[in-house]
Design a protein around this ligand. Structure first.
Ligand SMILES: [Ca+2]
Length: 247
């Protein structure tokens, strides 16, 4: 039965992606936030190019309902993706079993450095974006287990609010204490400035935007919905599909 899942996933993926792209349900939430941002007044500054990466995320030892992050009692295994204008610019690795997770802006490969075959931009792991009005940098946070990842939440910050330094984003929801975003100039040496930034306006979103879902996540969701229509029979099929062989 397990082997069937990838096949169904592939078949369902294309049709579903089209359906979801045509259903602009999520944009209204972004529009609301855009309106809120506008009340702060238009920025008079020229757009600037920045490089940004997720510096640090701290998680509470337990989830808000007192549950553990992981079935084995270990700390969460967090990862994140950075989006700008609904386009994914960066995906971090998974920080395993960590309450305080940190990511480096460079994926250093010692061998390549030694033979001098790369320059700095070859191993930067940063999102490069422009501070255009009414656009947002979004950081989606996930908890990972060996089989799949689950969406924890997404922080959305106006691109025009970005300034060089460490952007502190206290969250205190969904088991996440805070995020720290590192912002550096668009070119030149990639350095982490210690200057702390505390933006006035950002929001934490708990409903996962469609554009952050992987094709596998979209397909599994679609199959679940399709099978739901069939009632009890559909649920039995889904349980069969998701049950490993021999159980
Ligand atoms: Ca864990």
């Amino acid at each position: 039965m397990r082997l069937l899942i990838p096949i169904i996933v592939i078949l369902a993926g294309g049709a579903l992606a089209f359906y979801l792209n045509s259903n602009g349900g999520f944009s209204s939430a972004v529009d609301d936030f855009t309106e809120k941002v506008k009340t702060l007044g238009e920025s008079t500054e020229e757009p600037v190019i920045f490089r940004a990466w997720l510096h640090e995320v701290e998680a509470n030892p337990l989830l808000p309902d007192g549950a553990k992050w992981d079935q084995d009692g270990s700390a969460p295994d967090l990862s994140a993706e950075l989006y700008w204008q609904e386009i994914r610019l960066l995906e971090t690795g998974v920080a395993k079993d960590s309450l305080i997770s940190r990511w480096s802006p460079t994926n250093l490969s010692v061998g390549k450095l030694l033979d001098g075959s790369v320059n700095q931009s070859d191993f930067e792991s940063v999102a490069t974006l422009r501070t255009v009005e009414n656009t947002f940098l979004e950081i989606a946070v996930y908890e990972n287990d060996p089989v799949q990842r689950s969406f924890v939440g997404l922080v959305r910050i106006p691109a025009t609010a970005l300034k060089k330094g460490i952007v502190n984003l206290p969250i205190n929801r969904n088991g996440i204490v805070y995020l720290k975003l590192a912002v550096a100039s668009g070119s030149g040496e990639l350095e982490l400035l210690n200057r702390q930034r505390n933006p006035d306006l950002y929001e934490w979103v708990t409903e996962q935007p469609e554009y952050t879902k992987s094709s596998v996540e979209l397909s599994v969701e679609s199959i679940s919905k399709d099978l739901e229509v069939w009632g009890a029979k559909g649920r039995r099929v889904l349980e069969d599909l998701l049950t490993p062989d021999g159980e």
